[in-house]
Ligand binder design. Structure first.
Ligand code: IPE
Ligand code: IPE
Ligand code: MG
Length: 261
């Protein structure tokens, strides 16, 4: 472990070039538990603590938005007991952590299809959104029953309905019209994606929104992800050259001219 003090932004990070929005795939809870001879549930509990710490760190370091993948549309295919445990955990967390989130100025929102969640969970989610709406210290956006394909299909269907009703001309459909129909409407795209546990895939997460996101993969299992690991991700992020299809600023113009002549 590093002996560096991580309570405030580490000196080797440029505060003017931090990501405005981090998306995280909190993966590896089950393996964390299994490796310790514990039931998978224990890993999910520990993962919830890691998320709290990560959020606190975003707040301390001036990263305004964190979108965390809590449950995918594919996670329903897990054993019933695990799905039930996760749903209960979400509800408990919302109920027990709300006061602290308020104290810390956390604004909480959700993305995903709420229609298949239980009425009691939906109620807690709604209460949380309403009660934290005016907070501005940091924004936690939680993806529950989220899947990009479902999100995009729903958006297409909504646009098609508007065309059918005559309120939208098909030729007016463009990227921003489509974005207006996504769960993330009005939010900036993630600048940085972090996925823990060594898996190098997106698992149906924010596929549209991450068209130009920098991807960072680490072998660390999510319950072990701490400030020093966020620091490592941010160091790498600040070393990336985000070109967005343009030419690197560091390429000398003479070289560019030579190639194009
Ligand atoms: C991520 O950890 C949490 C959720 C998907 C809810 P996993 O439960 O996927 O943990 P592993 O990948 O099996 O170790
Ligand atoms: C992605 O992790 C979903 C969440 C972290 C909530 P999974 O563990 O479900 O992803 P796969 O199945 O390994 O792709
Ligand atoms: Mg997993």
């Amino acid at each position: 472990m590093s002996s560096q003090d991580f309570s405030s932004l580490p000196k080797n990070l440029d505060p003017t070039r931090l990501p405005s929005h981090i998306a995280i795939i909190m993966d590896g809870n089950g393996r964390w538990a299994t490796r310790r001879g514990l039931p998978r549930f224990a890993g999910h509990r520990k993962g919830a603590n890691a998320l709290k710490e990560l959020l606190r760190c975003c707040k301390d370091w001036g990263i305004p938005t964190l979108t965390a993948y809590a449950f995918s549309t594919e996670n329903w295919n897990r054993p019933r007991s695990e799905v039930q445990f996760l749903m209960n955990l979400f509800e408990q967390l919302l109920c027990h952590e709300l006061a602290e989130m308020q104290r810390e100025g956390v604004k909480i929102t959700f993305i995903g299809d709420v229609s298949s969640l239980s009425a009691s969970l939906r109620q807690e989610m709604q209460r949380t959104v309403q009660e934290t709406a005016c907070n501005s210290a940091v924004h936690l956006n939680v993806a529950i029953n989220y899947g990009s394909r479902h999100e995009l299909v729903t958006a297409c269907r909504q646009l098609a309905q508007q065309v059918q009703q005559g309120t939208l001309d098909a030729s007016d459909i463009d990227a921003s019209r489509l974005e207006e129909q996504l769960y993330t409407a009005g939010m900036p795209d993630p600048d940085l994606l972090i996925r823990t546990s060594g898996e190098m895939r997106l698992s149906n997460y924010l596929l549209w929104q991450m068209a130009y996101t920098e991807l960072y993969f680490t072998d660390v299992l999510f319950p072990d992800f701490d400030r020093s690991m966020l620091h490592d991700a941010l160091v790498q992020y600040q070393n990336r050259d985000r070109r967005f299809g343009k030419i690197a600023l560091t390429v000398p113009q003479t070289l560019v001219n030579a190639v194009s002549n």
